[in-house]
Design a protein around this ligand. Structure first.
Ligand code: ZN
Ligand code: ZN
Length: 374
C-alpha cells in the first residue's frame, strides 16, 4: 500500500514528506495507522549524527494508532484496537528471558538497524529500499509495521482526545517515570533531585510527586521549564545559570544531601553534580544519551565512604506491557498530567516541531495525523 512518511535522506537534513510503498504485514507483523506520534530527543540525535542509523530511514518511535491489519500468527491485538508502540527487543537473549528487555543484548540491532531481522525492508521509495523498523516501528509515517513484542493495547475507557497524548509513554515518558518508579523507588517523604526539566525529567517529577516524594528539586537553565516543574510538584527549583555550586545548594535544601538523583541531560559533568548532590547511601540514576565514548570522572573515595550508587537506566527499566497501562491509569486519575508537557502539531509540521524541541520552545511535541476520509 501507499503511505506518507517523513524520510531522512542525509545527516543534518530536513525530513522530506514522501509517498512510499509499504509491504503487507508478514505472519508476525501488525500494521498500525498512526493517529499521533511524539518526537523524542533520540529521533533528533539520529538526524544530527552520522551514526548509528543508515539512511534513508523513517524515524519516529512514540507512535499511537489503530491496528489496521495483522499477520496470521498475531493474537495480541486485532484490527480496530487502539495501541501505543514502545521499544523493540529480541526476546531470546539472557536479559529478555529475565524480563529486562530494555537491556536486550541486541538492543542496537533491534532498534537502530532499520531492517527486519532477515535484512529485508518493508518500505520502499521508487523501488529503492528505505530503512524503517526504528525502535520496531518508524512512526513518522501514516502507517507502520510493528510486532506483538512492542505493541500495547489502550483500554477502551480512554477518550480519543486522551489517546492522542499517549504515544510518548512508549519512550520518553516511560524513561523518566520508570527511572523513578521502577529503579530509584524513593520511599514516602524521601528526597529526589531531577537534573534537566525536559520531557524525560518532568515525567520523573510527575512520577515522584505521584508516589509521595518529600523534597523534590528540579534543576535546569530554562526558567519556563522550572516554572512548569513547580506546577507539576517540584518543591524547589534551581536555575543553574544563577547558581555556581549546585551540589552545595542541594545539600543546603535537603540537609544531608539527596536520597536520590536523576540526571536526564546526557552530560557527564551534570551526572557528576547529580552524584555529588547525594547524601550517604544515595543513588544516582542517569538516562540521557551521552556522546559515544564520553567519560565520567567520579570522586572514588567519596563514593566508597558514602556508599553511593551510580546506575545507568534504559527506558526506565519498563516492561511496556505492564508500565504503559500503569501510567495510563495514573493519568486518568489526575496523578500524571501529561498534557501539560505537550504541544500538538500537524504531521506536516514535523520539521517545525523538531526545531521547537531543539530550541526548548516545546517540551514534548506530538504530531497529529489527519484522519483519512475514505
Ligand atoms: Zn534480547
Ligand atoms: Zn525515545
Amino acid at each position: 500500500m501507499q503511505v506518507q512518511a517523513a524520510v531522512l535522506h542525509a545527516p543534518q537534513g530536513a525530513l522530506a514528506l514522501e509517498t512510499l510503498a509499504l509491504e503487507t504485514p508478514r505472519d508476525d507483523e501488525i500494521r498500525v495507522r498512526l493517529v499521533a506520534t511524539g518526537v523524542c530527543h533520540t529521533d533528533i540525535a539520529m538526524i544530527g549524527r552520522p551514526f548509528p542509523v543508515q539512511k534513508p530511514i523513517v524515524l519516529g518511535h512514540e507512535g499511537a494508532g489503530i491496528v489496521e491489519s495483522v499477520g496470521r500468527s498475531v493474537t495480541k491485538v486485532k484490527p480496530g484496537d487502539r495501541v501505543v508502540m514502545s521499544y523493540n527487543f529480541c526476546g531470546e537473549c539472557p536479559s529478555c528471558h529475565d524480563h529486562a528487555t530494555s537491556y536486550c543484548h541486541d538492543f542496537a540491532g533491534t532498534n537502530f538497524v532499520g531492517l527486519r531481522k532477515d535484512g529485508s525492508a518493508a518500505l520502499s521509495l521508487g523501488g529503492q529500499s528505505v530503512r524503517h523498523n526504528f525502535f520496531g516501528q518508524s512512526s513518522f509515517a501514516t502507517h507502520c509495521l510493528c510486532t506483538e513484542k512492542n505493541v500495547v493495547k489502550v483500554p477502551d475507557e480512554v477518550s480519543d482526545q486522551t489517546f492522542e497524548l499517549l504515544g510518548p509513554l512508549g519512550c520518553g515518558i516511560q524513561t523518566g517515570a520508570g527511572a523513578v518508579i521502577n529503579v530509584l523507588k524513593p520511599q514516602l517523604g524521601q528526597s529526589l533531585v531531577v537534573f534537566g526539566a525536559g520531557a524525560v525529567g518532568l515525567a520523573g517529577v510527575m512520577a515522584a510527586k505521584a508516589i509521595g516524594v518529600g523534597i523534590l528539586i528540579a534543576v535546569d537553565k530554562v526558567p519556563q521549564r522550572l516554572a512548569l516543574a513547580r506546577e507539576l510538584g517540584a518543591t524547589h527549583t534551581i536555575d543553574v545559570s544563577q547558581t555556581p555550586d549546585v551540589a552545595t545548594q542541594i545539600k543546603r535544601i535537603t540537609g544531608h544531601g539527596a536520597h536520590f538523583s536523576l540526571d536526564t541531560t546526557g552530560i557527564p559533568a551534570v551526572t557528576r553534580q547529580a552524584l555529588d548532590a547525594l547524601g550517604p547511601r544515595g543513588v544516582c540514576g542517569f538516562v540521557g544519551g551521552a556522546a559515544v565514548g564520553a567519560e565520567l570522572a567520579v570522586d572514588v573515595r567519596d563514593m566508597m565512604i558514602q556508599g553511593k550508587t551510580l546506575r545507568g537506566i534504559v527506558e526506565g527499566d519498563a516492561n511496556a506491557d505492564v508500565f504503559i497501562p500503569t501510567l495510563i491509569q495514573m493519568h486518568l486519575q489526575g496523578l500524571f498530567p501529561l498534557e501539560k508537557l505537550v504541544r500538538m502539531y500537524a504531521f506536516e509540521q514535523i520539521n517545525e516541531a523538531i526545531a521547537d524541541s531543539k530550541s526548548g520552545a516545546t517540551v514534548k511535541p506530538i504530531l497529529k495525523f489527519t484522519t483519512p476520509t475514505t
